[in-house]
Design a binder for this molecule. Sequence first.
Ligand code: PLP
Length: 436
Amino acid sequence: MPPDHPASSAWFDRARAVTPGGVNSPVRAFNAVGGTPRFIRSARGAWLTDVDGHDYVDLIGSWGPMLLGHAHPEVLAAVSEAVARGTSYGTPTTPEVELAEEIVARTPVDRVRFVSSGTEATMSAIRLARGFTGRDLVVKFAGCYHGHVDALLASAGSGLATFAVPGTPGVPEASTELTLVLPYHDRAAVEKAFAEYGGRIACLITEAAPGNMGVVSPEPGFNAFLAETCARHGALFVSDEVMTGFRASRRGQWGLDGATEGWSPDLVTFGKVIGGGFPAAAFGGRADVMSRLAPEGPVYQAGTLSGNPVATTAGLTTLRLATEQVYAHLTTAGDTIKAAVTESLTAAGVPHVVQSNGTMFSVFFRGEPVRDFDDASDQDTSAFAAFFHAMLDAGVHLPPSAYEAWFLSAAHDDRAVQAVLDALPAAARAAAREGD
Ligand SMILES: Cc1ncc(COP(=O)(O)O)c(C=O)c1O
């Protein structure tokens, strides 16, 4: 018998009465997999505990931030001390300077501005790119998610339409008319867009390595090609490292292929890990571009809680503890889990492909590799839903969507990894029963 969850169900009913869908971010609602989301009352290390008292190995990791695991003692101690000194002053503080220094030391950015969410970071980076270049158009890739910025919630126009159409009601056409959406990895489409509109393109924004259509590693040279194309046309190359920053590797995606291929972004966005579980994000980049930002330059951008001392203390402590050993551990634990996933799904006859990028990975329920959003969309989502629920019933909480990375942490020790391995064979058989 699967464990029941009356308290989560009751909270979900209460939540739905007062909040749309009962959640404050859509993917949490389990719409893609069905059933009732678990309400979590506490978390420690690699484990979540729900309001019914069930424990789960956590493979969501708050969608990326929890690199060190939950309630890390040193992060908690630093945050407690910061909280005791007061939580927000609206004046400059020292931790925001130290966190900026840490980011500048580990990435190709010269200067950083803090904000409170990844959405704010990408929105602000685009404004700055437009302000710096004096141009309007933005290029993005289908399947890359950059937060819920109007201009970036855009879908490729159908047929011959060049410019994007709104990706959701509520986004005016006027916002997406300035966005070009191209298929990921399609160099010819990039060349064509720049040949046609190069003089009007302010920036190209890309997930440094896509994680929001599942994990897709950029093919060798692709980011370098994008950076070079932007440079040739006087557009800025914006590398969105909200998910990959300090997660795919100690130096983010840039540390994986930027350093070796010799590309460098003009602007970078960060989030998730740099907040250590608190709302902090940032955008940064070339000194000459960043100096166009108010109050040094004319491009306006601001935030009441930006650089908040508690959030930046959490992020700073997390980054300082994010040593090479942490990433080596993520690699080892990830390799063990990936091998077991492959073994179990293969034994059960479930078509699948496991894709990795640095320390990040995800599992696609299709037999062929995924290079772009069309590929990612062609999955057996009912097989994934059955797999997801079997894992959940066995005490492993995967992201409730087939399009997401599985997030590990430094706290995923042998016991947590073994719990994942133990759950896999039965979940693979459940997926086989549901598969197309
Ligand atoms: C690559 C990327 N950019 C931007 C965002 C938006 O960040 P936030 O949810 O903090 O607004 C996300 C969120 O998942 C992301 O993965």
